[in-house]
Design a binder for this molecule. Structure first.
Ligand code: NCD
Length: 335
């Protein structure tokens, strides 16, 4: 049985199958640029909606077409498999007209600015824009300059809020009680937007988040100080219920950093394997946002072990989580 199947079988159907109701006063976030845009009520609503839509996916049933007649534009300036495809599927499952902008063949190559490109696309009566861009803060700059809401699908090393939500949904699907769980985020935290969004969101949900890795890959001093830092797997994994590996993000490192981050040395000291996972709790589960570099941050055998790995469950949750985000944002009261 794959990790995805085993987790799907554990799904609890949301309260008697009814659509969760928005928080009192309505869903607050107009755009989703950072996990900080979400109130605790918003987060719980998105996670409840995620389970609701997951139950449709599990049954192969079509949910109410809550985005019918709406236009969703996916604008990805960086490579993506999971995020782009799951946003596309999510929009289509809810009845939206979804356009994937072919960035490589667009006027971006004629030196059009990001603002002009985004405003041009939004002018085609877009109802939502999903943006991935290497520039930290790109979405924050655009959010008030576009007529439609914007969802951040990754901005440089800064934030990736929907990944954090799908990771929270994955953890909730695997553990009965998630408050008080210990989550060790391992590896290249400094360059990871996933680490930044996940750490903040999981901490707000009452989990104990910690960072494990070499000093050179830790976030800046004083950043996310709620998370203790460890420089060895033995210390950092002790007591961990969830161990999250991250890709070494060479494309975001400068030349000096990349030279120091030697793959083989890294695996020797920080690679997650069936042996090193023994430092964690006996039933600890392993996560990775993907794309994985096998035998750099995680050994292939461990990533593929359905009794230990939630990697494909994370991919699975990508679709219902993004359905939930699109629905919550595009069907806000008063909009
Ligand atoms: C990540 C990303 O692009 O931020 N992947 C993802 O969205 N699932 C992580 C990475 O690039 O390593």
């Amino acid at each position: 049985m794959t990790a995805t199947q085993s987790t799907i079988e554990k799904f609890r159907r949301p309260d008697n199958g009814r659509r969760p109701t928005p928080p009192p006063g309505g869903f607050a976030a107009r755009s989703l640029v950072s996990v900080d845009d979400l109130s605790r009520d918003d987060i719980e609503y998105v996670l409840a909606l995620t389970e609701y839509y997951a139950s449709y996916l599990k049954m192969g049933a079509r949910p109410a077409q809550r985005l019918a007649g709406k236009t969703q534009i996916n604008l990805f300036f960086e490579s993506s498999t999971r995020t782009n495809m799951s946003f596309e599927l999510a929009g289509k499952k809810l009845g939206a007209d979804v356009i994937n902008v072919p960035v490589a063949a667009s006027s971006v190559n004629k030196d059009e600015s990001l603002l002009d490109t985004a405003q041009t696309l939004a002018a085609m009566a877009a109802h939502v824009m999903i943006l991935r861009h290497r520039q930290p803060g790109a979405q924050a700059t655009l959010r008030d300059r576009l007529p439609c809401p914007i969802i951040n699908a990754g901005d440089g090393a800064r934030e990736h809020p929907t990944q954090a939500l799908l990771d929270a949904a994955t953890i909730r699907s695997a553990f009965y009680e998630t408050e008080g769980l210990t989550v060790a985020i391992c590896g290249d935290i400094a360059h990871s937007r996933v680490a930044a969004s996940d750490a903040k969101l999981l901490h707000r949900l009452g989990m104990n988040v910690r960072f494990v890795g070499p000093e050179s890959l830790m976030p800046a001093e004083g950043d996310m100080s709620f998370a203790p830092r460890f420089h060895s797997l033995e210390e950092g994994l002790a007591g961990a219920d969830v161990v999250m590996a991250l890709r070494m993000q060479f494309e975001r490192m400068d030349a000096d950093e990349a030279e120091r981050a030697d793959r083989a040395t890294y695996f020797e000291k920080f690679g997650l394997t069936h042996e090193t996972i023994e430092f964690a709790e006996p039933e600890a589960l392993v996560m990775h946002p993907g794309p994985m570099n096998r035998n750099v941050e995680i050994c292939g055998d461990l990533a593929d072990d359905p009794t230990r790995s939630l990697v494909l469950t994370q991919v699975y949750y990508g679709v219902p989580t993004r359905m939930a985000c699109l629905d919550a944002i595009m069907n806000r009261q008063g909009d």
